[in-house]
Design a binder for this molecule. Structure first.
Ligand code: ATP
Ligand code: MG
Length: 306
């Protein structure tokens, strides 16, 4: 007879994992000493920025940390995935950037957890890059809105900003408001295309606008274990960038892509799924290792791939 019990079956394992997510006390994480403010950026489209923003945020919130997601993409995908109101006219990141509302006015609670909040994006944001051009401190509007008082008052541990796939004033506003950049890289052909340019842009912003800015994590997304290519991309990225790359890799999973259709993160939609577990692991890794050291040798900035 086979030496396995019911506990070893894939369904039982998934059930156990789901139970773990639903009893978050077991998952409690230590709070960071200071609030960590980060943006998930890559000007390449469809690499998993939004998916990673909302699911990392959900993972951190499930582990007891207080997390705010700021949707800075006029597509409003992060707002959809977090199930918050973002019809035209809703107080959103647009009003925040224009100085017509405070962060507190624009912040909504998310159903997943009492620790999870979102400042949504509405379609109004689409015109904001042009409106911002003539404004004072146009590169720092978000930084000014997410100030120390606001963070303290709401006792926030993390702020995660979801960026659009471009390097306009919205992304620049995100990058002056944060210390940390997380770059998602899709485990696909052309994965590193444009990464060199992204690193140069980050380097330029850190030189001219925000000296605190640095890359604190690279997250490999949409890993398809059945393909040789995914493995090749993974080792190429790890060889090139070293320890800044999170150990946890996010698998390609249908559940991850289905969840936003239900206004949910994958951690609510299918908490026992591989995708949910991977995002939970990535969130825990991000918290446990702290802000990645931004010393010259360890920073990937300026080491753009050929
Ligand atoms: P954009 O540049 O348009 O803002 P993005 O970088 O935010 O895109 P996402 O919207 O997160 O990328 O993901 C792109 C698509 O890939 C979406 O349809 C999403 O559901 C899907 N996707 C993301 N991660 C996964 C995954 N791990 N498994 C399967 N599908 C995924
Ligand atoms: Mg997106």
């Amino acid at each position: 007879m086979q030496d396995s019990t019911w506990d070893d079956t894939p369904i039982a394992a998934a059930a156990q994992r789901a139970a773990q997510v639903r009893t978050p006390n077991a998952l409690k994480l230590p709070r960071p000493e200071r609030p960590r403010i980060m943006t998930i950026a890559n000007q390449k489209g469809g690499v998993g920025k939004t998916t990673s923003s909302v699911n990392l945020a959900a993972g951190l919130a499930i582990c007891g940390l207080r997390v705010l997601v700021i949707d800075l993409d006029p597509q409003g995908n992060a707002s959809t995935a977090l199930g918050v109101e973002h019809r035209a006219g809703t107080v959103s990141s647009y009003e925040l950037l224009l100085g017509e509302a405070t962060a507190e006015d624009a912040m909504q609670s998310c159903e997943l957890s009492e620790n999870l909040f979102c400042i949504p994006a509405t379609i109004d944001l689409a015109g904001s890059e042009i409106e911002l051009v003539s404004m004072v401190r146009r590169e720092y509007r978000l930084a000014d809105a997410i100030n120390e008082d606001f963070l303290t008052e709401h006792d926030l541990d993390y702020v995660l900003i979801d960026c659009p796939p471009s390097l306009g004033l919205l992304t620049i506003n995100a990058m002056t408001a944060v210390n940390e950049v997380i770059i998602p890289i899709q485990c696909e052909y052309y994965a590193l295309e444009g990464v060199g340019q992204l690193l140069n842009n980050i380097s330029m912003i850190s030189t001219h606008l925000n000296p605190e800015l640095h890359i604190s994590a690279i997250l490999l997304t949409m890993y398809d274990g059945r393909t040789k290519l995914a493995e090749q991309v993974t080792s190429e990225v790890r060889n090139h960038f070293g320890e800044v790359v999170l150990t946890t890799v996010i698998p390609r999973s249908v559940k991850v892509s289905e969840a936003p259709g239900y206004g949910q993160t994958v951690l609510e939609y299918d908490p026992g799924s591989r995708g949910a577990m991977a995002y939970l692991d990535a969130a825990r890794e991000l918290n446990n290792r702290g802000d990645y050291p931004a010393t010259e040798e360890s920073s990937p900035i300026g080491q753009a791939p050929e």
